[in-house]
Design a protein around this ligand. Structure first.
Ligand SMILES: Cc1ncc(COP(=O)(O)O)c(C=O)c1O
Length: 440
């Protein structure tokens, strides 16, 4: 047994006996550099947070300027210019019904906030609704509340005895559609699973939580906007809240500023984090409605207030970075300029992988392209996960200068938006060669 002082996230520490930690000493643009002189294309935007490259000059300057003014102040009773500016900007680009903003400091805490607000809303109105509905491929973070709405059991199985017993629903799975539909014939028949669950439990469900358009950590499962439309209509009809978790897919990742724009829906809660600061600092926000806000508004002694806080809530440095991130979107026409790049990425990934004997599907939405590898192309049978083939492909690609990260046997590309065409070519080629070397 080896004792490392740092216990790393999402890691079996025993793996490090074989794979030593890589010490990163510098980042610039899409590249990370280690202390041995190796460079890596950051194909996953350092856990999906980085938008405009490492050590971005505009973000560096915004951070420096803010640090010289005020770095942080308690956010209860106090406010600062970056938070006010950010609020103003976010309220202009998010759905019109969302008029209130609550600050937190990471994705999981935003999910906790939305869940607590939803539960608290009903309780303040005199109703106890103590269940949340989530999709079997959904992922919303790993604090206990957030984990209790995670469909991917890899993360929650070990803690099942202390989970809130929420309601898991079979979500869309277009690659292995149980109704044998294709994109052209699909009428989101799979929504029937959701209809059934909501109908049977409507009185106890506070909210449904969903990642709009793409279930990211659940294997980059992409689904039609119609599912979201149906979900919004039904939840509104039944008096159930809808929480859209845009933590991974927000800020242009799917081609629109926010993925729920594909369905033009107005949710009750929207959670944002990750790319919000361009990948520089932890920050998250939860946007909600006047209706939710009003339910908590009363004299202090009624105990109706939303008494939830994190020490770094509304951190001024993070807010200044978020304001500059949104300035970059505006000044540099990011959403439009991204189209050519991500179309190229998707086309190239298809050229390399589509006919490969172990490729089940190449799927893309905006700046997310995922390749699902399968043992058998016809039956779509997955590889035995215990062989950790995806992990070996990831290790192999690292040696060739690309930081990929597999999700089981799904290899994906989610690079910073500043990536250039030659870097896209290298990234996809290395992924393909690394895959062939492992799988044959
Ligand atoms: C959709 C989604 N929600 C929530 C989270 C949790 O965010 P954090 O890791 O910042 O707690 C993640 C993280 O990957 C995510 O992808």
């Amino acid at each position: 047994m080896k004792h490392y002082p740092i216990w790393h996230p999402c890691t079996q520490m025993k793996d490090h006996e074989k794979y030593p930690l890589i010490k990163i000493v510098k980042g610039k643009g899409v590249y990370l550099y280690d202390d041995k002189g190796n460079s890596y294309i950051d194909a996953i935007s350092s856990w999906w947070v980085n938008l405009f490259g490492h050590s971005n000059p505009r973000l560096n300057e915004a951070l420096r300027k803010q640090a010289e003014t005020i770095e942080h102040v308690i956010f209860a009773n106090f406010v600062h210019e970056p938070a006010l500016k950010l609020t103003d900007k976010l309220l202009k680009i998010t759905p019109k019904n969302l008029t209130k903003i609550f600050f937190a400091d990471n994705g999981s805490s935003a999910v906790e906030v939305a869940m607590k607000m939803s539960f608290g809303y009903f309780k303040n109105l005199g109703k106890i609704k103590n269940r949340f509905v989530y999709l079997d491929s959904g992922y919303h973070g790993e604090t206990l509340g957030a984990l209790s709405v995670c469909g991917e059991e890899l993360y929650s199985e070990q803690y099942k005895e202390i989970m809130i017993p929420n309601i898991k629903v079979k979500g869309p799975d277009c690659f292995r559609c149980p109704f044998k539909k294709t994109r052209d014939t699909c009428n989101t028949e799979c929504f029937s699973f959701m209809e059934k669950a909501l109908d049977e439990n409507k009185d106890k469900i506070a909210a449904v939580i969903i990642e709009p358009m793409v279930n990211c950590a659940g294997g980059f499962k992409m689904y039609p906007a119609n599912y979201l439309k149906k979900l919004r209509n039904l939840t509104a009809e039944l008096g159930i809240h809808l929480i859209v978790d845009e933590i991974a897919v927000g800020f242009g990742r799917t081609g629109k500023m926010f993925a729920s724009e594909y369905a033009s829906i107005e949710p009750d809660f929207m959670c944002l984090s990750k790319g919000i600061t361009g990948g520089y600092m932890p920050l998250s926000v939860v946007l909600t409605t006047d209706d939710v806000y009003d339910a908590f508004y009363d004299d202090y002694t009624t105990l109706k207030a939303f008494l939830h806080s994190h020490s770094y809530t509304g951190n001024a440095l993070a807010c200044a970075l978020a304001v500059e991130t949104l300035n970059i979107f505006e000044d540099e026409n990011v959403l439009e300029n991204n189209v050519e790049k991500y179309t190229y990425l998707s086309r190239l990934a298809k050229e390399y992988f589509k006919d490969y004997k172990f490729c089940g599907e190449v799927r893309s939405l905006g700046f997310i392209t995922a390749v699902e590898l399968v043992e058998d192309k016809t039956s779509k049978k997955p590889f035995d996960w215990k062989k950790r083939l995806g992990f070996q492909i990831y290790r192999n690609a690292l040696k060739k200068g690309v930081l990929l990260r597999n999700l089981g046997d799904v290899i994906y590309f989610m690079p910073p938006y500043v990536i250039e065409k030659d870097e896209i070519e290298k990234m996809v080629k290395v992924a393909y060669e690394s895959t062939r070397e492992i799988l044959g």
